[in-house]
Design a protein around this ligand. Structure first.
Ligand SMILES: *Cc1c(COP(=O)(O)O)cnc(C)c1O
Length: 378
């Protein structure tokens, strides 16, 4: 059976990128590899929309989050964590692991943290060293207004650290213009790559904060050391260099389309996915949805675990369940990276059939038509 991977990470990888991964091993301390790394990082600056250096790490996306916090905030320092789901909670958990005091601004799952809440937290905690947010909260499908967060944080001494792991490349994100001081992402979401690489951009303001930190409590993720090495396009330790070689193919593919075009296409994909699933009577879970993935609630009598198992076993369609308390209650359809309109239509079609088989009243073709109408509109 043909498999379609529509989970919010990992996501499908283009064939030409996969073929790069089949090539023989190379040595990494060479002029060829340095040139390759330099090229990929320059491409990433365009994808991040930043003039700041982009630092590569050999880890999944969470490694970039850990590096961002550990390097910039000392033990006992204070951060404000904006929490709208599991990934917002990760900020708090990383802070805890490093003895950093986390002031939390929490909204119920499905809601987005509002700029006024951030303003109030900063007013109350003017000693906060950083504000940590998610761009796309992948656990709920919420998108945060990071452009506005950036304006607010820029007026203070704090730095803005953003988890853009599923958002970057799947929704508008202008790192410099939006005043994002440290922007973190991973390879396996919207960047058309397998897992294994993480990247973060660091602003001048953030470098000053990092310089001031007397005790970064990290060895492997030392950003100052990474920055120094990047002067010659080197990394402190052996990078996942075959992934970087493959990444060059994916970043070229992304830049051939262009960021503005990708953001516009992502908006269309999200509009089609929402229209299709809503036409089936399914309600959006996110009050402020992003364009990387669409999350819908299940009707009262439908367990999403059963629905998702049917989709996978019968049709090879792999969508994601809710995590933790949301398990069984929602489905998450990713439309980021190397996923196209026909993958989305296939998913909606599968959901229609599966719901009908589960005895839920659906008119076959209704969701599909609604989604097709969005794609047909110019
Ligand atoms: C996937 C993801 C992460 C990182 O998870 P890893 O498994 O460490 O790659 C972090 N934040 C968000 C919003 C994500 O979607």
């Amino acid at each position: 059976m043909k498999q379609r991977l529509l989970t919010p990470g990992p996501t499908p990888v283009p064939e030409e990128t996969l073929l790069e991964l089949a090539k023989p091993m190379i040595f990494h301390r060479t002029a060829e590899f340095r040139a390759m790394l330099g090229e990929v990082l320059a491409d990433l600056q365009q994808i991040f929309v930043t003039k700041n250096p982009v630092i590569p790490l050999t880890s999944s996306g969470s490694g970039a989050l850990e590096a961002a916090l550990a390097n910039s905030v000392p033990a006992g320092g204070k951060v404000i964590c904006l929490i709208a789901g599991r990934f917002g909670e990760r900020w708090k958990n990383i802070a805890k692991a490093f003895g950093i005091e986390a002031v939390v601004v929490t909204v119920p799952y499905g809601q987005a943290v509002q700029p006024s809440q951030l303003e109030a937290a900063l007013a109350e905690h003017s000693d906060a060293i950083a504000v940590c947010s998610t761009l796309s909260e992948t656990s709920t499908g919420v998108g945060h207004d990071v452009a506005v967060f950036g304006k607010i944080v820029a007026k203070t001494a704090a730095i803005l650290i953003v988890d853009a792991v599923s958002g970057l490349g799947a929704m508008e994100c202008r790192t410099d213009e939006w005043n994002i001081d440290i922007n973190c992402t991973g390879s396996q979401k919207a960047l058309m790559m397998p897992p294994g690489l993480a990247f973060l951009s660091v602003s001048d303001k953030a470098w000053q904060t990092i310089e001031k930190n007397p005790n970064p409590r990290t060895f492997y993720f030392d950003l100052k050391k990474a920055k120094k090495n990047l002067e010659t396009n080197d990394t402190p330790y052996t990078p996942a260099h075959t992934l970087i070689r493959a990444m060059r193919v994916s970043t070229k593919k992304i830049l051939a389309e262009g960021m503005e075009a990708i953001w516009a296409r992502q908006s269309k994909y999200a509009a089609a996915a929402r229209a299709g699933l809503q036409a089936l009577g399914l309600e959006l879970f996110a009050a402020q949805p992003n364009t990387a993935l669409t999350v819908v609630k299940m009707p009262a009598n439908i367990d999403s675990t059963v629905l998702l198992t049917k989709l996978e076993k019968q049709f090879g369609l792999k969508l994601a369940n809710g995590q933790d308390t949301l398990k069984g209650k929602i489905i998450r359809l990713a439309h980021m990276g190397y996923i196209d309109q026909f993958d989305i239509l296939a998913a909606i079609s599968g959901v229609e059939i599966a719901l009908a088989e589960m005895g839920h009243p659906v008119e076959l073709g209704k969701g599909l038509t609604a989604a097709q109408r969005v794609f047909a509109a110019r």
